[in-house]
Ligand binder design. Structure first.
Ligand SMILES: [Ca+2]
Length: 168
């Protein structure tokens, strides 16, 4: 297996383009199975017809989604960008899908992306953050919170590709 961007420190996220099979290794993406969603690696459905991850939400009442993520190392004290591409189809309710980067030792949130709702074409999302000086280990999770609305069933599909965290 090879990931040139990762090996040359252009991307702290292993397999962020999903062009390699997800292996379940310690630095690869983890996908916890759940009744509320299905996660699959889909060829041809990624950005520019590459491979992406697709998450199908099955319309459960009030699930909290945190089933998908990756462990990565940041550079202590340095400025970083988190970026990714996503498209979505009929993401329901007022609670969208977003990435959250969490410091592993304390659980502190380092950065969050905007929430993706409704139906959107391929869009690049980007946020900046400064890595804490005292720790390097962080967890990037795709998340969706339970909705407080009466009409709160969470359904829809989101495609994720070209996930990147890099120091600049
Ligand atoms: Ca891709």
């Amino acid at each position: 297996m090879q990931d040139t961007d990762y090996e040359t420190f252009k991307n702290q996220v292993w397999n962020g383009h999903f062009e390699t099979e997800v292996s379940g290794g310690p630095l690869d993406w983890y996908c916890h199975p759940s009744d509320n969603s299905a996660i699959s690696r889909v060829k041809g459905e990624g950005f520019e017809s590459s491979t992406a991850l697709r998450i199908d939400f099955k319309g459960a009442d009030t699930p909290s989604f945190g089933d998908l993520g990756v462990i990565l190392l940041t550079r202590p004290g340095e400025s970083h960008s988190l970026s990714f591409r996503a498209r979505s189809q009929e993401i329901t309710s007022d609670e969208g899908v977003y990435f959250q980067l969490i410091e592993s030792s304390t659980g502190r949130v380092l950065v969050e992306s905007v929430k993706i709702l409704g139906t959107t074409p391929w869009t690049q999302y980007q946020e900046s953050f400064r890595a804490p000086p005292e720790s390097m280990l962080a967890r990037l999770e795709l998340r969706r919170n339970p909705s407080q609305r009466i009409d709160n069933r969470l359904s829809g599909t989101v495609w994720i590709d070209e996930v990147s965290v890099r120091a600049y």
